[in-house]
Design a protein around this ligand. Sequence first.
Ligand code: 2AM
Length: 231
Amino acid sequence: MSALMCNRRTALRLPKLQTLRLGGGNGACCVVPPSRAYVPRAPLPMTEPRVGRLFLGVPLSEQLRDALGEHLGRALPGGVPGRAVVPANWHLTLRFLGETDAEQHRRLVEALEGAPLGPRFSMVLGGLGAFPRARRAGVLWVGVDEGAAELKRVAALAEDAARHAGFAAEKKPFSPHLTISRLNPPRDIEAAVAAAPPFGGRMEVGEVVLFRSHLGSGPPRYEALQRFALR
Ligand code: 2AM
């Protein structure tokens, strides 16, 4: 008798046959007669191996990073308020994914490799702003004056890829920004934000990077896992 592909409900209606899940997570199973069934000694693993805490982002070019560092030194004479993000970690987040397993990672990469990410584009970083607002700032950021529409387009594709990989939909609308510090508890930094002139630095955005974030004591370490070129 040959093996028969079925769904799980069908398998339940055939009690005399033994069912064996072959993995892949698509719900398909294979029914074989008891005499030919392979009985594993140990249970099959129920979860995929962990890849890590991932996010998709656009890193800053070295040139723009240096220029922004110099600009912030002048624009914020009292120093960056709150817990500053180290310049080496400056990036624009397109999609935070969080804990990701091997199957989600594989599907995410597959979707991004096939996504129409579009051509390279120019991005200009502008003035300072804060979430939720400068009078009660929890996050201090640098805004995007040029290239925001392109970033939104790429972020929408990142969202599609995340959904393809099985992540829950992102509830917050995408708002392009570069976080430079976090303030906990939130503080009123309206005066400093209002007094800071816009930056105006420009860079060419040529890739989206899938980062793995390593947390520990001190600043996180961001490891580039995959790069997806815009062309
Ligand atoms: P943001 O600073 O641009 O807002 C990497 O950790 C990045 O993912 C952070 O820079 C942050 O983006 C975003 N991030 C981190 N933790 C997050 C969370 N719990 N939910 C949503 N975004 C998060």
